[in-house]
Every structure is written in C-alpha cells, then in structure tokens.
Design a protein around this ligand. Structure first.
Ligand code: NAP
Length: 272
C-alpha cells in the first residue's frame, strides 16, 4: 500500500538543512576581532550572512578587518569599537554604542591573553591581567549583552575558552583557572538564561597558529610534544573554528546549550 501524500510531507528544515546554518539577517558582536581567532571568526560569521560589530583595543587592526570583510561582502554592516575589556565601564560604553546601531543576536566572547609563568613565579599583577581579561572581562561582556538578550527573549553566546580549562596542561596555571571558570560560567548562564530563549555555548580550542601561540609553535621540540598528544597529528587551521562557531551560533544548534565543543584534533579524549 502506498503512503498518503500527507505522510510524505516533511518539514523544509529536513529537506534544506543547510538553511539552518545561515546567519542572514543576524547581527554578531565579536570581541578580540583584531587578530587571530577573533579575526577569523568575524570574517566567517560575515560570510555566513551576519552583520558584525568588531571589538578590541587596536583600532588600526580592527579597521583592517573591517576592510577585508567589506571587500568580500560589501552588503554587510561592519562597525569598529575600541574597548579594553579589563575595564567594565568600557564594556558598558561599547555595548551602548553597539546597541545604538541595532539589536544583537550573537555574541562571540573571544578576547583573551596568556602569560605562561611557572606557578612559583606568578606575580599578583600577572594574575590580575590574565583573570581580568579571560574571566572577569568575559563574564561582564556576557552579562552586558546577555542582559539585553534576556530582555529581547532571544540571542546566543559563544564563549571561547580552551582545552586548558578542561584538561591539565604543564604551563599556564592562571590561564587554566580562568578558562575553567569560563567553561563553568557557560553552563551556569545556559541554565539561568535558557528559559528566556538565550543559548550559551563554548568552543575550546587546542593549538591554533595565532600571535598568541606563534612563538611556542616555532619551537620544534614543543611542537613535536603537541603533535604527539594530538590524534590528528597537526595544529588547527583557523578556518576549522569557523564551522563549529557558525553551528553553535545558528538555528542548527537550537537545542544545544551549556556545551563547550572542543576543537582539538582529538587532544582532550587522548588518554594514552
Ligand atoms: P591573539 O591572537 O593574541 O588575539 C587576542 C585578541 O584578544 C586580540 O584581538 C586582542 O585585541 C584581544 N584582547 C586581548 N586583551 C584584550 C583586552 N584587554 N581588551 C580588548 N581586547 C583584548 O589570541 P588568539 O589565539 O586569537 O586567541 C583568541 C581566544 O582564543 C583567546 O580567548 C584565547 O585564550 C583562546 N585560545 C586560543 C588558542 C590558540 O591556540 N590560539 C587556544 C585555545 C584558546 P587587542 O590587542 O587589539 O585589544
């Protein structure tokens, strides 16, 4: 017996699932967009259809990223916002400027830094610089934009943490503590804001070649140690963070919240 036409009907999301990954008509804020991972993610989100607000301290570098995006996607709206995320007043002011241009659908909470001092030598100033950027800054950025997302009852946040916040690495104790905080913050915010239609997820990268890691990756012995612990036997390419971020930021992940996706070549599951 043939099934009826009615039984053969399937939602358009099943027959055209790639449409769920589109960010057309969305507006994203990317912190730390002046170089490295944030620059790649800003360009990738724009390619997926989003307008983007670029945030960091280096105005010239941000303007260069804006130029690249507009050269490829002249129809996008791209704005540049100077902000030191260690200063909560700066975050508040920059959010006002961003919202004066329109609503925000997506926050990529990416800015971060590291100082790899052995634990016995860490100074209070180093602790403060790392934690104020990677944890305190990340929290107040999430709070500032999340508050507005809760009010508009829609929005989603992608926090960039690190495998170093999940498994123990041999350097960077303060960074590890801060990034572990970001992973846990991602879960708690997902619970608090889920009922308001706001999703909060994270990406945990392993090694990607950026200004943050270039010096380490140039050391042959250190690189060999990294590769020995990486099942895919290579460091990541920046474009390999774009797809996972678009996924989490899009309708394709509409039932995913509180998760941190490790984009790590298999490093975090490698027990031996
Ligand atoms: P990066 O090349 O050093 O870029 C860091 C970005 O953060 C820059 O755009 C910088 O902009 C911004 N930033 C730093 N401090 C800031 C502050 N106080 N206020 C405003 N912006 C600030 O680093 P990356 O490798 O792209 O790292 C991006 C994120 O990924 C970080 O959270 C990092 O911890 C994480 N991560 C990276 C790797 C990796 O292998 N690269 C691995 C795991 C996790 P300005 O200097 O212009 O302000």
């Amino acid at each position: 017996m043939h099934s009826s036409n009615e039984e053969n009907q399937v939602p358009s999301t099943w027959t055209n699932p790639l449409a769920m990954f589109s960010l057309a008509g969305k507006r994203a804020v990317v912190t730390g967009a002046s170089r490295g991972i944030g620059r790649a993610l800003a360009i990738g989100l724009a390619a997926a259809g989003a307008d983007v607000a670029l945030v960091a301290r280096d105005e010239a570098a941000l303007t260069a990223v804006q130029d690249v995006i507009l050269a490829h996607f002249p129809q996008r709206k791209v704005s540049v916002h100077i902000c030191d995320l260690q200063q909560v007043d700066d975050i508040t002011a920059v959010a006002e400027a961003i919202y004066s241009l329109g609503a925000v659908d997506i926050l990529v909470n990416n800015a971060g830094m590291n100082i790899r001092t052995p634990a016995v030598d860490v100074t209070p100033a180093e602790w403060q610089a790392i934690v104020d950027t990677d944890l305190r800054g990340a929290f107040f950025v999430a709070q500032t934009f999340g508050r507005r997302m809760v009010e508009q009852r829609a929005g989603n946040i992608v926090n960039i943490s690190s495998v170093g916040g999940h498994v123990a690495l041999r350097t960077g104790v303060v960074y590890a503590a801060a990034k572990a905080g970001v992973i846990q913050m991602t879960k708690v915010l997902a619970i608090e804001w889920g009922k308001h239609g706001v999703r909060v997820n994270g990406i945990g990268p392993w090694y990607f070649n950026t200004p943050l890691t270039a010096e380490l990756l140039r050391r042959p012995e250190y690189l060999a140690d990294i590769l020995a612990r990486t099942p895919l036997n290579r460091v990541g390419e920046l474009q390999e963070l774009i797809g996972p971020t678009i996924f989490l930021a899009s309708e394709a992940a509409s039932y995913v919240t509180g998760q941190t996706l490790y984009v790590d070549g298999g490093m975090t599951i490698y027990g031996f």
